[in-house]
Design a protein around this ligand. Structure first.
Ligand SMILES: C[S@@+](CC[C@H](N)C(=O)[O-])C[C@H]1O[C@@H](n2cnc3c(N)ncnc32)[C@H](O)[C@@H]1O
Length: 188
């Protein structure tokens, strides 16, 4: 099934119908201090556009896994990247998923989730569960589409980031993406 068909089925989960561009992915993953990352998790990898670039940068000793809720994307992902561990469930189960890997903390989360399409309750639940596993200094990176920034939910998400992280940097606009986006680079 292609992205457009999936968007028609579950638009709130997916958030857009086109995979992130190389420019947007670079604006996310090049910011991460990979040498300091022992455990990295990707939220909402879809078909793996960001994952491929993460794999180029991962250190050999780093534990890495991904969490994708959508069954159709999960199937495509497994076909394209069979060696990468994917959990087909919601990110809200991050504590149990970490336990499966025998890890107690996450140093870095790379998020492709469409935060501005989530309800307040979803935003809080996903963020709160994630933050429980992140020690001070951990990094979180996520994109936000320009069209979503003025929405109440988009503004709320940014406020929540400002509240819970020690530092939050917003990148320049990445025009070479459809839709154009900014990247939030956060440190706990
Ligand atoms: C905007 S797409 C991003 C896809 C890909 N990372 C990219 O940038 O091209 C959002 C992805 O988040 C997934 N997703 C949405 N809610 C989720 C949840 N609660 N847990 C895990 N994945 C979720 C969707 O199924 C979809 O694959």
């Amino acid at each position: 099934m292609d992205h457009f068909a999936e968007f028609l089925r579950t638009p709130r989960e997916i958030g857009t119908i086109i995979a992130s561009s190389k420019s947007l992915v670079a604006a996310m993953v090049d910011w991460i201090e990979w040498d300091r990352v022992e455990v990295a998790v990707e939220y909402g990898p879809g078909k793996g556009a960001i994952t491929r670039e993460i794999l180029q940068r991962l250190r050999r000793r780093t534990t890495f896994f991904t969490i994708e809720l959508n069954a159709s994307f999960a199937a495509s992902f497994r076909t394209a990247l069979p060696d990468v561990r994917l959990h087909e469930e919601s990110v809200e189960n991050i504590t149990g998923i970490c336990a499966e890997h025998g890890v107690t903390k996450i140093d870095c989360v790379i998020s492709g989730l469409p935060w501005a399409t989530f309800s307040d309750e979803q935003q809080d639940r996903y963020l709160d569960e994630m933050l429980k596993k992140m020690p001070p200094g951990a990094q979180f990176v996520s994109f936000a589409y320009l069209v979503g920034l003025p929405l109440t939910s988009g503004r709320r998400f940014k406020r929540r980031l400002d509240d819970v992280f020690t530092s939050v940097e917003t990148s320049e606009i990445v025009w070479k993406n459809f839709p154009p986006a900014v990247v939030y680079r956060c440190r706990k």
